[in-house]
Design a protein around this ligand. Structure first.
Ligand code: PLP
Length: 380
């Protein structure tokens, strides 16, 4: 059985007319992205559909910092679909993957690997504990059978940004292959396929790339994708090599893509590339600063020290005198959707600042936050 990872069951509160989404994806999107959903009905095997697919693949590669040697394969499905496509497809039968786990999504990599019966070794650091890069180095020295290393860039469950560049350098030094869940970092954190020595990058449409849910992707060097011809597929639907050959060589999607969501993703990628990854990182960074300054001023306690946080999500302990559910429901009634955490982290809530948000949204959020706390008689 696949256990749910979310603490709080959905609350019976009707969605507001227009909610400000402060959950870590899906996000509030640009009107051009939503409008793209209304593109005329299309057949996925017509030339205009193939052109769209090719265009979106090229743009996804660009946001990952890939060059002409790289390409992307698009999958219809949420981020986990692309993650499972990559993990189940890249490790040869005699290969072995070292999984770096310091949160819910590190654990997810381990569980996907285990579900496919792939040989793996899991280094558990503990939730909210930074990855020990020396331990990774030592594990690779000790076990030459390890062919791949899997890690999460932004561990969204705790909000921790893992040291990708250092780990990438260690993995490259040992000549192993690095697969990165960059689902909540690509588009808004410093991430570069080449500089970070990433062999396989997994991303999704509906987080920092500000598209709608339903499309995810894997970016990789073409040579590595070509070499997958020698690895027997472990799944039929998520066979990464099969999708690559179909999209890149045969110029026809393997199965029916979520075409309308793909149009929306293409529009979102245009906006992301126009804004630029570093400008978006700066925008998210400013909003995160505003969120953090507001909570510091109100005396809330943070889950992580400042230097470990990514720039799109902030985790806070729920203040005394109010429960998470009361806080969530009060804010939702005011038009703001915050997010819970996995049970093991205790009474903690998340405020994300992904998507089409500005300073005004955050200022209004804090006004609502103060009203909800006042109404509950809670103090910080
Ligand atoms: C959101 C997320 C995922 C994927 O979740 P989906 O619900 O499948 O989109 C995977 N890894 C990380 C780090 C995430 O933040």
């Amino acid at each position: 059985m696949i256990a749910s990872t979310q603490t709080s069951p959905p609350r019976a509160v009707a969605p507001p007319e227009k909610a400000v989404l402060l959950n870590p994806g899906p996000v509030n999107v640009h009107s051009q992205v939503r409008d793209a959903l209304a593109y005329p009905d299309v057949c996925h095997r017509e030339p205009e559909s193939i052109e769209l697919l090719t265009r979106a693949r090229e743009k996804a590669t660009l946001v990952c910092g890939g060059d002409d040697a790289h390409t992307s394969v698009l999958l219809s499905g949420s981020g986990t679909a692309a993650l499972e496509a990559a993990l189940s497809s890249i490790v040869a039968p005699d290969g072995k993957i070292l999984v770096l786990d310091n949160g819910n999504y590190g654990e997810r990599i381990h569980r996907i690997v285990a579900a496919h019966g792939i040989a793996g070794m899991r280094l558990e650091f503990g939730w909210t504990t930074p990855i020990d890069v020396d331990a990774v180095d030592a594990a690779l020295t000790a076990d030459p059978a390890i062919t791949h290393v899997g890690m999460v860039h932004h561990e969204t469950s705790t909000g921790m940004l893992n040291p990708l560049r250092e780990i990438g350098a260690v993995v490259a030094k040992h000549g192993r292959s690095l697969v990165v869940d960059a689902i909540s970092s690509v588009g808004s954190e410093d991430f570069d396929m080449r500089l970070d020595n990433v062999d396989w990058c997994v991303g999704t449409a509906n987080k920092c790339l500000e598209g709608l849910p339903g499309i995810s992707f894997v970016c990789a060097p073409r040579a590595a994708l070509d070499a997958l011809a020698d690895v027997p597929p472990r799944t039929f639907y998520l066979d990464l090599h099969g999708h690559y050959v179909a999209q890149d060589k045969d110029k026809a999607p393997l199965f029916t893509p979520a075409m309308q969501v793909l149009y929306a993703f293409d529009a979102a990628l245009d906006i992301a590339l126009r804004e630029g990854v570093s400008a978006r990182a700066a925008r998210y960074g400013r909003l995160a600063e505003q969120v953090r300054a507001g909570f510091t001023q109100r005396g809330l306690r943070f889950l992580l020290p400042a230097d470990q946080r990514a720039n799109s999500v902030t985790h806070l302990h729920v203040p005394d005198g109010i429960t998470y559910e009361e806080l969530h429901d009060g804010l939702k009634a005011a038009g703001f959707v915050i997010y819970g955490v996995q049970k093991r982290l205790g009474a903690v809530f998340r405020v994300a600042n992904m998507g089409q948000l500005d300073e005004q949204h955050i200022a209004e959020f804090f006004a609502a936050f103060d009203r909800v706390l006042d109404g509950a008689g809670a103090s910080v």
